[in-house]
Design a protein around this ligand. Structure first.
Ligand code: HEC
Length: 112
């Protein structure tokens, strides 16, 4: 009984904490989110840097499915993942702010 209480407490505490928050260590995510992306320009950026793992339509492959539309993430959250990486995905901080805004616009227009 005592063991059960301990296990339940740990599980509830874990659920309350939820997934680790996405932290932007670059300080660039807000800037990216404030930009207006060009979906047409973003297709080339996405295909070259993301499509190999996430698929041309964002439906996944090696990388997680981003369908539909980045799984409900805001532009700032997507930018944070791109700039900082997440789990097995490495950071893509060499992309410019505008390139990231563009690939986000491409995904919003295409992954649906
Ligand atoms: C080397 C393969 C790879 C590349 C290249 C890659 N990703 Fe990922 N991506 C992943 C993996 C794997 C995850 C899941 C990470 C985790 O949560 O453990 C992920 C997660 C994500 C997430 C979070 C999804 C969620 O629901 O939590 C977003 C957004 C994302 N990637 C966007 C992109 C974008 C945009 C690019 C291009 C700039 C890109 N990724 C390039 C493998 C990749």
């Amino acid at each position: 009984m005592r063991t059960l209480v301990v296990i339940v407490t740990i599980v509830v505490a874990g659920l309350a904490c939820g997934p680790a928050p996405r932290v932007d260590r670059t300080g660039r995510a807000d800037t990216v989110a404030a930009l207006t992306g060009d979906a047409a320009a973003g297709k080339a950026v996405y295909d070259a840097n993301c499509g190999g793992c996430h698929g041309a339509q964002g439906k996944g492959g090696v990388g997680k499915s981003l369908f539909p539309e980045f799984n409900g993430l805001t532009n700032g959250e997507v930018a944070t993942v791109v700039l900082n990486g997440q789990g097995l995905m490495g950071a893509k901080a060499t992309l410019s702010d505008q390139q990231i805004a563009d690939l986000i616009a491409h995904g919003r227009a295409t992954f649906r």
